[in-house]
Each structure stands twice: as structure tokens, then as C-alpha cells.
Design a protein around this ligand. Structure first.
Ligand SMILES: [Zn+2]
Length: 420
């Protein structure tokens, strides 16, 4: 149960992290929210401020080839692979203050407590401040040397400099982050644990579990553009039997997939299905039968088999619709990301720490991508801690209670101490 050390830690963490959250918010305030673009000036200022804090605490500070900042408290046995915890310093444009930052301040609070209490962890405990997660986990991908040439051409918004230009300005070597080689041997990292706000409503609607242990990060099958082509025609002059209405065909396909999704959920399958974009033709009008409609499909599951089965159902239903409605359905090249399950041993350690500290936790999947998934897919043992939060994320309204945050930070502190 919660002991004296835990009580003292949570109290100190609340004040310390609370101050840091406000300090970083003040540095990055923009419009109604905060903006800390990856490899931009504000992100750099935040990383530098955190680095100065690491120096003040006497940590070993080093930067890797992607500009991520590693701050290490040496452990008793320095030959053991390190316990690493961290998250990203950047945000989206007009985002919230806690997405990313919470996952840095939680382990930093734990390290600070250890320094002040003169507690030495069994192995090196590193806090890592990651860069540029919101543009596609570039900091973690760069650490692995796996940034692709096309990634450098990404832009946050049309008219802004490219990601490559942002990286050049920070002195990041494009070749080094794409050379196919990890910055350090993977075997030097014993575990990577990322704390993050949940970004969804599950924990927030629970009065018992305010902390989630992430069982895995979902895999994705996505088509940015599915195009349904029919025949454009007059709304009044063409009777039912002669119509090839692209919009009705697309709408029916979307609705049939919704029904399949519901039935898979009833079978207990882990699955999400989202149509985020649905475009009618630019020259459409109220009195024209639409000849062409496009939409996006985003399918996610912890189970690659469930994800792929739903992808096949989608294709089968599309073929049926083609025959029934006299339309064609074309899918663009899919984006496929594999699921990343939490490492069972790391997950078990987090579970045990939660039980010892009396923190009720809920095992849950992560529906969003994270740096932890990039490291996990490369073979590093990873797991994640979710903290209940309000109003989602990527929005100025995003919020989090410090009372919930300190529970997650305590879990990291305890796990780092237990990691023999
Ligand atoms: Zn994030």
C-alpha cells in the first residue's frame, strides 16, 4: 500500500511538476492553446530548459543524432541495460499542454526525488526528451536511423518549411537519421516506459481507475482515398433503375461496414473503424446525381488478424456494391502499421508496482501511435502508462488533473527502483 515515501513523493511531485507545466505553458502559449512544433524554436527552448534542469540535478546529459535529450541518473550496476522513460516535447499547432510533456515531467519528478533522497536505482535511469513526435514519431525513428527520404518533405501546413528544413536549422544530420543504424545498441535499453495522457474518454469516465496500463498499441490499415465512381446525371430525369449514384453507393458501403464493426465488437474483437473524410464532387449540386465520391477509411486493432479480416470484409462489400449499383470502387495504396504489444515482463512490473502502491489500474489498448510503438517495433521492451484526461487531445481544451498525474509518476518511480 501507499507508504511514507510514496506520500512524500506525490506531494513534492505535485508542486514540482505543477510548476514545470505552467513554466512550459508560458513558453509555448499560442492563440487559445500551445504550439511547440518539432525542431522549431519553441520546442528547442523547452528542451534546453529541461536540459538545464537535468544539469542542475547532476544528471549525465547527452544528445543523440535526432536531437533527443537523454538525462541519466547512474544506477548501482552500470553494466545493466538502462530503465528509460520519456515522451515528446513537441505539440501540434494550438494543441494542449499535457500531450507529451506529462511523459517527460513524470520520470523527471521521479529522478529528482531520487537525487534529493540520495536513492540510487539498481540500474541507470534515463529520462528522455523526445523531439518531433507529432510529425510521425521522427525523434524515435531518427534514433533508429530509419527516417525515410520522403519524411523530410512533410509539412505541418501548406506554406510552412518542410520537416527537413526544420531539421537542417537545428543541425540534425539528415544522413545520420536515415543511415539504418540505431544510435546505441538496442540491448542497452532494458525497458522504455512512456507515460501519456489517455486522449480518450475511458479513464475519465471511471471513478476508480484513473491510470491505465497499455496492453499494446494498435496496428493500422488505412486508405486515405477510396473513390466510388458512378454516373453524373439529372436528379429528376433519371428513374431509380437507371441510376449509378456514387454517393448512395458510398454511403451504403460505409453503413454496411459499420454493421460489420458492431457485430465484431459483439464478438469481443478489438477494432475501431473510422471514416474521417467524405467528399462529394466539387461541381456537385442539389439537383445532380453525384458521379464521383471519395472517402477515407482508418481501421485499427491490437490484433493484426482482426484488422486484416476487416480489410477483406471491406473489399468484399465493395465488390457487392459495385454489382448492385453499377459503380466502381477503387482503393489507393494502403498504409499498414503493425500492432506493438507491451512487453509482458515490463507490463507485469508496472502491474506489480501499481498493486504495491494501491493504485487501481485498467489494462487497455492505445488507439493512437506513440514513440513507444516505434521503439517496441524495433525490439526494445516497451510499455505505456495512461493518465485520465479531459477533452481529448490535440485541442486547446485538453486538460489533466495533477492528482491523477502524480499516481502515474509514482508508478514510474517505483518501477525504476524495482528494476533489478
Ligand atoms: Zn503525444
Amino acid at each position: 500500500m501507499q507508504n511514507e515515501a510514496s506520500r512524500a513523493f506525490r506531494k513534492g511531485c505535485r508542486a514540482y511538476a505543477g510548476e514545470w507545466f505552467e513554466r512550459v505553458r508560458a513558453m509555448s502559449e499560442d492563440g487559445p492553446g500551445v504550439t511547440r512544433l518539432g525542431y522549431g524554436d519553441v520546442e528547442l527552448a523547452v528542451v534546453n530548459a529541461l536540459e538545464a534542469e537535468g544539469q542542475r540535478l547532476g544528471l549525465e546529459v547527452a544528445y543523440d543524432k535526432a536531437g533527443n535529450c537523454w538525462m541519466t541518473l547512474p544506477g548501482r550496476d552500470r553494466t545493466l541495460p538502462a530503465f528509460v522513460s520519456g515522451s515528446h516535447a513537441d505539440s501540434v499547432i494550438w494543441g494542449g499542454n499535457y500531450d507529451g510533456l506529462a511523459g517527460i515531467l513524470a520520470p523527471l519528478s521521479a529522478v529528482r526525488w531520487m537525487v534529493e533522497q540520495q536513492v540510487v536505482p539498481p540500474r541507470d535511469f534515463s529520462v528522455v526528451v523526445m523531439r518531433c513526435e507529432e510529425q510521425g514519431c521522427i525523434g524515435s525513428t531518427g534514433w533508429l536511423g530509419r527516417v525515410k527520404p520522403e519524411d523530410f518533405d512533410r509539412r505541418f501546413k501548406p506554406g510552412m518549411p518542410t520537416l527537413g528544413e526544420f531539421m537542417d536549422a537545428r543541425g540534425v544530420d539528415r544522413r545520420a537519421v536515415s543511415d539504418g543504424r540505431p544510435f546505441r545498441p538496442l540491448s542497452e535499453i532494458g525497458a522504455f516506459v512512456e507515460l501519456h495522457i489517455e486522449q480518450g474518454p475511458v479513464l475519465e469516465t471511471s471513478t476508480v481507475e484513473r491510470i491505465g496500463l497499455v496492453s499494446g498499441i494498435v496496428g493500422i490499415l488505412m486508405h486515405r482515398t477510396v473513390t466510388v465512381k458512378g454516373v453524373r446525371a439529372h436528379a429528376g430525369a433519371v428513374p431509380y433503375a437507371f441510376r449509378h449514384d456514387a454517393l448512395k453507393a458510398a454511403a451504403i458501403l460505409v453503413a454496411r461496414l459499420e454493421a460489420h464493426w458492431e457485430s465484431l465488437l459483439r464478438e469481443g474483437k478489438d477494432l475501431t473503424y473510422t471514416v474521417g473524410v467524405f467528399n462529394t464532387p466539387p461541381k456537385g449540386a442539389f439537383n445532380i446525381i453525384p458521379g464521383e465520391v471519395s472517402f477515407s477509411v482508418d481501421i485499427r486493432s491490437l490484433d493484426a488478424g482482426v484488422r486484416d479480416a476487416f480489410g477483406r470484409i471491406m473489399k468484399e462489400e465493395a465488390e457487392k456494391i459495385e454489382k448492385e449499383r453499377g459503380v466502381s470502387v477503387e482503393f489507393d495504396a494502403p498504409v499498414v502499421l503493425e500492432p506493438c504489444l507491451s512487453n509482458p515482463a515490463v507490463f507485469a512490473r508496472l502491474e506489480r508496482a501499481a498493486a504495491e502502491l494501491g493504485i487501481p489500474v485498467r489494462a487497455m489498448p492505445s488507439g493512437a501511435g506513440h514513440d513507444a510503438a516505434v521503439f517496441g517495433a524495433a525490439g526494445i521492451p516497451v510499455s505505456m502508462i495512461f493518465v485520465a484526461n479531459q477533452h481529448g487531445s490535440h485541442t486547446p481544451e485538453e486538460a489533466m488533473e495533477l492528482d491523477d498525474f502524480v499516481l502515474g509518476a509514482d508508478l514510474i518511480r517505483r518501477t525504476a527502483l524495482d528494476f533489478e
